[in-house]
Design a protein around this ligand. Structure first.
Ligand code: AMP
Ligand code: ZN
Length: 680
């Protein structure tokens, strides 16, 4: 998914039409963050996105949000390490940004507890990578990453190379047999800078920030190398303990835990955190730390406020996403001022024109920033950004910097800002559609900037995945007239390429192989590669299941498009338009004539389930799904009036889905009933 698409969503409101798009965006970000250790947007923006979706789900309880990313962390851990289940889920934290949020949190605690005597323990929120350490009979037997919260990766060998992760601890003496500790693996800031200096000297790429380096290092294959990364751990809680509560000195209160852990030889918030009796104390303490964080030895991105008593914590419990007894207080991101030199405009493959700020180079959080996306016209106008201004750039230890505001006290004779009226590539007039934030160039067929981006997207990993045909090569081939449009990829003159500087027989051969191979791609890839806004992997796959020949979509009416799950009026219109454009059909026919696959699996139109949509609730059954498809049926993602059968685990459970099915007049069957209705 494109970062710009996500940035757009942050500025858009959630509707029933785009709800699934919002969910996919959040899922994608979660996957990147938790599985690939990559952060694409700032924490702040992430929270905006998260809260928007959460709010929408609360406002529209009839929408099926059971699979929503607001209700789970991230699916699937990386495959190269063994996956292990955590003794108890490793959850996220809910966030707060100011005193008011903290007071709201305090109100909810008071209400839920029903008493007024309680205290908080407030400690730094270490910005690294979380880890679960399992001790059995005094020995560290396993260390795991957070993964999706339920299961993580077994990184025991690497964890043994982390400072302050003690291999042997006398828990037996305290009366415990099994203890699972939770902590954060971090890198000291000074040590990190030193590592980067050395890398720079050696001409190796420098690390981006301490957090990504910590999480990447923890998951390295070679554990000898892990030691060189100077990782260390802070332990902040007990995740699981046997025998349970009350037996020993652990698990009485958070402050006591921290103290005992530090006596046992772990590094903890001991001496850093504080017991606070009122929310005012909490607020003051958080602000104190916000002041001194810049000088603290480790990166921290906020404070964690926890109800101190463990039994009170247990009485409040957790949601599937976070504990109800704790909240993170997020610090404001680091800001730097610099001068806005100019605004460039980039034309994307769908014609959307994105303004990009070029600024005087400035280092923010260890990264040199020269250009920053300004997203759209409204963003520029609402912040009153003008060329020549001193602007503030924010980067919260994360990857994408943002311009947050203008320093008006330093404004000197700057000119009014006007968005461009014409496409910087083809000079045609730009338009801004109602309800949209973006200006676009609609000269789709003749705009060379769009053409370039379309070809790049067509060949990219997410689309046709043409090995060896990357961005720079495409640019060069276009300049040389070797590629003109998408179909011409399949008519390349390889003899000419061989004559070019930098090309050898072997590399030409590889390119040819990559291109030839892509001809046999599954139909849904070609559909993705067409670059229709809103048609990503999931949508393309489910569309590909509807027909066995891509061009048959020509015959779909607007109503037919709209009747498909997750397709709202806007997407229906663009799909309809796409398959009604002479130009697009000609291109697809040309691709077909050049050998590109336009066909999917045969659909059994005489099967007994043809034309029927079956929805499962509460479970999935891959064999049954295959059988349904074999019999010509379609699996629906959510229950609607078009559903023919709702298959439930148990009837009469009173679930909202079952009720809705009855309202809609949809037949409800148990798995057994459904299976026995099918031919064997
Ligand atoms: P988040 O991932 O932003 O929802 O925050 C939850 C994560 O904060 C946990 O998984 C921990 O890895 C991390 N964390 C860092 N310091 C602490 C702390 N003192 N107490 C609890 N969690 C912490
Ligand atoms: Zn143009």
């Amino acid at each position: 998914m494109d970062k710009l698409v996500i940035q757009e969503l942050i500025l858009t409101s959630v509707t029933k039409e785009n709800y699934s798009k919002f969910c996919s965006a959040l899922e994608y970000l979660n996957h990147k963050y938790y599985i690939d250790s990559e952060q694409l947007i700032s924490d702040y923006d992430y929270d905006i996105l998260f809260k928007k979706i959460e709010k929408f789900e609360l406002e529209y309880p009839d929408i099926d949000s059971s699979q929503s990313p607001t209700k789970q962390i991230a699916k699937g851990a990386q495959a190269s390490f063994e996956t292990v289940a955590h003794s108890a889920p490793m959850l996220s934290l809910s966030n707060s940004y100011n005193a008011e949020d903290l007071r709201d949190f305090d109100d909810s605690i008071r209400k839920e507890l029903g008493v007024v005597n309680y205290e908080y323990y407030v400690e730094p929120k270490f910005d690294g990578s979380s880890i679960a350490l399992l001790y059995q009979n005094n020995k560290l037997v396993r260390a795991a990453t957070r993964g999706d919260g339920a299961q993580g990766e077994d990184i025991t060998a690497n964890a043994r190379k982390v400072r302050h992760i003690v291999a042997q601890v006398d828990f037996n003496k305290l009366g415990y047999e099994t203890v699972e500790l939770r902590g954060e693996v971090v890198i000291n800031k000074a040590v990190f800078d030193k590592m980067n200096e050395q890398r720079e000297e050696q001409g190796i790429a420098t690390f981006q920030n301490t957090r990504n380096t910590a999480s990447g290092s923890l998951r390295m294959k070679d554990n000898a190398e892990v030691k060189n990364r100077n990782l260390e751990a802070f332990i902040y809680s007990v995740g699981f303990i046997k025998p349970e509560l009350g037996e020993g000195t652990l698990e009485v209160s958070q402050s006591k835990n921290i103290e005992v852990l530090s006596q046992l030889g772990f590094q903890s918030a001991h001496g850093l955190g504080k017991v606070c009796n009122t929310i005012d104390d909490v607020i003051t303490f958080c602000h104190e730390w916000e002041e001194k964080r810049a000088h603290y030895d480790y990166d921290i991105d906020g404070m964690v406020v926890k109800l101190n008593s463990i039994s009170q914590q247990m009485s409040l419990g957790t949601t599937s996403h976070h504990p109800k007894w704790a909240v993170a207080f997020k610090f404001k991101a680091v800001e730097k001022a610099t001068k806005l030199l100019s605004i460039d405009y980039q034309v994307g493959r769908t014609g959307i024109v994105t303004p990009v700020a070029k600024v005087e180079a400035v280092s923010v959080g260890g990264v040199t920033v020269r250009s920053i996306s300004l997203h759209n016209e409204d963003n520029i106008l609402s912040k009153d950004i003008r060329i020549g201004d001193i602007v503030f750039i924010e980067r919260a230890g994360d990857v994408i910097p943002q311009i947050t505001r203008v320093d008006l006290s330093h404004r000197m004779n700057v000119q009014d800002f006007f968005y461009i009226k014409h496409c910087p590539s083809c000079q045609s007039a730009l338009i801004r559609r109602e309800g949209e934030a973006a200006w676009r160039c609609i000269n789709t067929s003749l705009c060379s900037a769009q053409n370039l981006e379309k070809i790049i997207y067509f060949a990219s990993k997410d689309a046709m995945n043409i090995n060896g045909l990357g961005k720079d090569i495409i640019k060069r081939f276009i300049e040389l007239g070797l590629i003109l449009d998408i179909p011409s990829i399949y008519q390349l003159d390889y003899d000419e390429i061989l004559k070019l500087e930098g090309w050898k027989e072997k590399s030409v051969e590889n390119l040819k192989l990559g291109i030839e191979e892509s001809k046999g791609n599954e139909m849904h890839r070609l559909l993705i590669a067409m670059g229709i806004d809103g048609v990503g992997n999931t949508m393309a796959k489910s569309l590909a299941k509807k027909l066995s020949y891509l061009l048959d979509f020509k015959h779909y009416s607007i109503e037919q498009w709209q009747s498909i799950d997750d397709i709202g009026p806007k997407l229906a219109q663009s799909l309809y338009d796409f398959f009604h454009s002479e130009e697009n059909i000609t291109m697809l026919l040309k691709l077909e004539s050049l050998g590109v696959n336009l066909r999917g699996a045969e659909i059994n139109t005489s099967g007994i389930l043809y034309g029927k949509q079956i929805v499962f609730t509460g479970f999935r059954n891959a064999d049954l799904e295959k059988k349904i498809e074999f019999l010509g049926g379609e699996i629906g993602n959510s229950l609607s009036k078009k559903t023919s059968i709702l298959v439930v685990k148990e009837k009469g459970s009173g679930s909202s889905k079952e009720k809705k099915a009855l309202d809609y007049g949809v037949e409800v069957l148990t798995v057994e009933e459904f299976e026995s209705s099918l031919p064997v």
